[in-house]
Design a protein around this ligand. Structure first.
Ligand SMILES: [Mg+2]
Length: 212
């Protein structure tokens, strides 16, 4: 396919490996536990509220704001959920993906690859190691370097790269943070799943090669 993409940025969590039900369960338990302490209601109750709000808003931090408002409690600090996700240990559940690392190697011959993730750098590198992806495949790793929701990390990426925004492609699995926000900055986007606002939609990360 003909396009003018020079740089591809990829998301990590849910993109380079699937969030399996087991991983999701551990993450959610940790989030609910933290929220339960913060809001002073049971983990079960807080979990129900979180799921309702999260599915409406597509962003954990926005869901939290909304819950805080409805309970008339202070809004937890910005990286509350991120902290809970980072504290959740599921590294033992990640499996090597040889096909993915081979595909990234092939793509890196003609395109520049960067990793852009909200995950903390040491945790991100350990995840890559478990999946079997050499970190050196990425020229830039922007890990935990600003918010996706506000676009801060994407602006940082664009200024690091210096290409026109339209020559960047971002690949991710979150409709708002990975697609809507970079789209607004002129970055092309590719969604894992169905989302018409994205420039490209693929079923699996292994289909990425087919749109380039
Ligand atoms: Mg993701």
């Amino acid at each position: 396919m003909q396009n003018n993409i020079s740089v591809i940025g990829v998301d990590l969590d849910g993109t380079l490996y699937p969030i399996t039900p087991e991983i999701k369960k551990r993450q959610r338990e940790n989030i609910y536990q933290k929220m339960s302490v913060h809001f002073g209601i049971s983990a079960e109750e807080v979990g129900k509220l979180f799921e309702e709000n999260y599915s409406k808003m597509g962003s954990g931090s926005r869901a939290l704001e909304s819950i805080a408002k409805s309970l008339e409690k202070p809004v937890p600090k910005e990286d509350f959920i991120q902290e809970a996700l980072e504290e959740t240990d599921f590294l033992d559940l990640l499996e090597p993906n040889l096909k993915l690392s081979q595909m990234l190697n092939r793509i890196s011959v003609t395109k520049k690859l960067d990793l852009i993730t909200s995950s903390r750098c040491d945790f991100a590198l350990e995840k890559l190691r478990r999946i079997g992806i050499y970190k050196e495949i990425f020229e830039n790793i922007l890990a935990h370097e600003g918010s996706k929701t506000t676009g801060e990390v994407y602006r940082k990426w664009l200024s690091k790269r210096g290409f026109p925004a339209s020559q960047h492609l971002y690949v991710g699995d979150n409709q708002i943070q990975d697609i809507d926000v970079p789209n607004q900055l002129g970055i092309q986007t590719c969604f894992l799943g169905n989302y018409l606002m994205a420039n490209f939609q693929i079923k699996s990360i292994l289909d990425l090669e087919s749109i380039l």
